[in-house]
Ligand binder design. Sequence first.
Ligand SMILES: NC(=O)c1ccc[n+]([C@@H]2O[C@H](COP(=O)([O-])OP(=O)(O)OC[C@H]3O[C@@H](n4cnc5c(N)ncnc54)[C@H](O)[C@@H]3O)[C@@H](O)[C@H]2O)c1
Ligand SMILES: O=C(O)C(=O)C[C@@H](O)[C@H](O)[C@H](O)COP(=O)(O)O
Ligand SMILES: [Zn+2]
Length: 357
Amino acid sequence: MAELHVGLGKNSYTILIENGLRHRLPEEIKKIYGGKKIAIITDHNVNAHYGSQLEEGLQSAGYETLVVALPAGEQTKDFQMLPLIYEQLLDFQLNRSELIIALGGGVIGDLAGFAAASFLRGVPFIQIPTSLLAQVDSSIGGKVGVDLARGKNLVGAFYQPKKVFIDPEMLNTLSDHFFRDGLGEVIKYGCIKDAEFFSFLQTLHTREEMMEHIERILYTCCDIKRRVVEEDEKDTGERMLLNFGHTIAHALETYTNYAKYSHGEAVAIGMVAITRLSEKKGFTQPGTAAVIEALAKQVGLPTELHMEEVDLESLLAIMTLDKKNLDDHLKVILLKEIGISYVQDETIAFFDELENI
Ligand SMILES: NC(=O)c1ccc[n+]([C@@H]2O[C@H](COP(=O)([O-])OP(=O)(O)OC[C@H]3O[C@@H](n4cnc5c(N)ncnc54)[C@H](O)[C@@H]3O)[C@@H](O)[C@H]2O)c1
Ligand SMILES: O=C(O)C(=O)C[C@@H](O)[C@H](O)[C@H](O)COP(=O)(O)O
Ligand SMILES: [Zn+2]
């Protein structure tokens, strides 16, 4: 069992990582919430595996519950889902002091978190992340939101959960596709902050090997994210490092209508592409992109940005909507070398060479 504290003043909370924690959730929730009602927001896949156990446990602990189960997938992280959720919360008469639980992957965490941030101007919520991506990244730090057709995460808020409960055993039911996908963000953490962790990842070849070391993987990523968020909760500087590979990733996801690449896949492609560009311009130690590419390939992630399949002008137009853009500047996240990242002011011209990398 491991516990991490995210120190954000009155918005502080803890992350609990424990095998089998799902069986003890009602008891843990009782410690932090003395109200009557709990709304669980989840998706159909996760609900089928874990919904009834959680709901029944909470009912046995004396809570009145509502389960809002939505279709699985990125298309659900849409603005138009919100009224459907609000309607059900209203029917349930959830009040401002009562609790929302996000039970699922990053899609549910972001969407339910934003519903919590906006319903009645803010209802407390907790994160029970069930995908690898959500356990290492999206459940921590309070970035919640939804996608628009014109761009990813373009509507949202910074709204911290009251607690994050991580049960690594829940990953046993995750598909191979989404296990791999989460590794895109895991590799990101090694790239931006921890060369030793990156080297450790290079020694792991199979899902089984990774599951043998899952506590180290989860703890290392959560700890890096916690430290970065503590330093810059509102994403004005240091936190932008967590966006390594994401300017290209988000543009690619948007361009392909959230249907071709899952987020971690797009991040893998984005990290390799930006590092190739950066090497070409002399900002990154030569050979770094190849090393990231090799690790991504080793775990089965895509690494090639197939420019013949996309229109560069359209991709660049989407990038200009990136939330990191301030004034006339784009903020690009680059590596000096594996483990050392920084933010650099650039113009959109930085990406002109994308067709030739
Ligand atoms: N807020 C943040 O800081 C942050 C960080 C990274 C990514 N994100 C966002 O997270 C989203 C991607 O999250 P994701 O990859 O978890 O996608 P997801 O929520 O769609 O989950 C992936 C798939 O796995 C299924 N699933 C989840 N847990 C399962 C389990 N334990 N057993 C069986 N099936 C399970 C889901 O039903 C879904 O089909 C993207 O929208 C991305 O933008 C947000
Ligand atoms: O928490 C952060 O900050 C991140 O950037 C984490 C990213 O992995 C994540 O994809 C996040 O949702 C991106 O946020 P955005 O602000 O670029 O939309
Ligand atoms: Zn991400």
